[in-house]
Write a protein that binds this ligand. Structure first.
Ligand SMILES: Nc1ncnc2c1ncn2[C@@H]1O[C@H](COP(=O)(O)OP(=O)(O)OP(=O)(O)O)[C@@H](O)[C@H]1O
Ligand SMILES: [Mg+2]
Length: 410
């Protein structure tokens, strides 16, 4: 197995006419872990992955795999396994034929086809035409294609789409296993809940811009957690809290105490002989935090710069005559990822965008040219700014030098 490689996105930008699909995305994806690439529909996930795989030419910036652009890889199929569009297989071919064609093109032994078919649970339907495959079966075939060359890097676009619960669990353990072997595993999803148990690291984008990068444990600030405690003898409990100078809010479900964990509060009550009827930890769910990040209500330091979505054109509609559809600049060597067009792109057909009214009012104005994102090596700090408070805890870095785009062109 080839080694896992670092994937590096540096100032990656893609504009389709007036549509800013990916905007100065700088991020680093490490080997040996599963990284979730998250964002709502139309956020720019597929476009970013297509740039990484040399299928779309960046407007600016670079995307590299182990320091090389995809097009410069010596053995692409053995280096990077990718599955972008599960529905783009030739419908008349059987699963085995599809894989055999790829294996032959890459000089891989025929036996590898049977191996990967077994690995993804498609051995029984290997001879069936792909046109009759269910969505989940197509996903499995996409993964089989990606795994064919036993690559050190796996890039999977929404791999859980269409899988049943058992399939999702199977995919989860397979991806974890592949990462534990040292591979780089990057999976996209528009649902945090779908990948929460699978990923170690997260990259979250919204409207083409980075809004978070870091470990999943860095998403929530520990200070956001509070303890809810109650007793049948509320006067006794409030007396103990008052004596300690601990502030609380008495609500119907008991005393809510911010910045204190249940262990300390429980011990305090016990040492004062107050019997508790309830003691629990409360905090914003990861899903809440995710939604706040992508809507711009919450800003995280790891994004490196405040978002200013008022400058992002809202013209990301399929009928926008200025939106330019580009053909892929290189033939996909890995998965059969047909060039998506505005009409076949789900992000195009339906482009639900989170409300950003609050952000447009609260976010500080962006400099005329781009503000650089956080340097990849910088670890996320646990500081937050919630736009509704009017406090933005992020200092924009000086303007990045203009992207020359030389490396992105072929
Ligand atoms: N070939 C294209 N021509 C014009 N606009 C495009 C093209 N491809 C993508 N876009 C636009 O770029 C933006 C990002 O699309 P992209 O498909 O990358 O989003 P996504 O995050 O993958 O969304 P989803 O979760 O729906 O798959 C969207 O506004 C989309 O309409
Ligand atoms: Mg997509």
């Amino acid at each position: 197995m080839p080694d896992g490689q670092v994937l590096e996105l540096a100032g990656l930008t893609k504009r389709f006419g007036a549509v800013s699909a990916v905007d100065d995305l700088t991020a680093r994806i490490e080997p040996g872990q599963v990284t979730g690439f998250l964002g709502p529909n139309g956020a720019g996930k597929t476009t970013s992955l297509r740039m990484l795989l040399g299928l779309v030419r960046p407007t600016a910036g670079t995307a590299t795999i182990g320091g090389k652009r995809y097009v410069d890889l010596e053995n692409p199929l053995q280096s990077v396994g990718a599955a972008l569009e599960a529905s783009s297989f030739h419908p008349g071919r059987s699963a085995a034929k599809h894989l055999t064609a790829y294996a032959q093109a890459a000089g891989l032994p025929r036996a590898r086809v049977d191996e990967v078919l077994g690995l993804v649970g498609l051995a029984d339907v290997a001879g069936r035409r792909v046109g009759g495959f269910s969505l989940g079966m197509r996903q499995r075939l996409g993964l089989a294609t990606a795994l064919l060359g036993d690559p050190g890097v796996l890039v999977l676009d929404e791999p859980s789409n269409g899988l049943d619960p058992e399939g999702i669990r199977w995919m989860r353990s397979l991806l974890r296993h592949l990462a534990e072997e040292g591979r780089t595993v990057l999976i996209s999803s528009h649902l945090l809940a779908e990948v929460q148990q699978t990923v170690d690291a997260l990259l979250i984008i919204s409207r083409g811009r980075l809004v978070f990068q870091g470990g999943i444990e860095d998403l929530a600030d520990p200070d956001e957690f509070s303890t809810v405690v109650d007793s049948t003898d509320r006067p006794a409990l409030s007396r103990v809290l008052d004596e300690q100078g601990i502030e609380y809010q008495l609500l119907r479900n008991g005393f809510t105490i911010r910045h204190h964990d249940p262990i300390g509060i429980g011990a305090l009550a016990a040492s004062n002989g107050v019997a508790l009827s309830n003691l629990q930890s409360k905090g914003a769910s990861l899903e809440d935090i995710f939604l706040e990040l992508v809507s711009g209500v919450r800003v995280h330091a790891s994004a490196g710069a405040p978002t200013s979505q008022d400058e992002v054109p809202d013209a990301a509609t399929p009928n926008d005559p200025s939106a330019v559809t580009e053909p892929p600049v290189a033939q996909p060597v890995v998965a059969e990822s047909a060039a998506s067009t505005p009409s076949d792109d789900p992000g195009d057909a339906d482009d639900p965008r989170p409300s950003t009214a609050l952000v447009a009012v609260m976010a500080p104005p962006r400099a005329a040219s781009r503000v650089a994102s956080a340097p990849a090596a910088e670890s996320p700090r646990r500081s937050y700014a919630v736009a509704s408070t009017g406090v933005i805890d992020i200092v924009p870095r000086p303007d990045a030098p203009a992207h020359e785009n030389e490396e992105g062109q072929r």
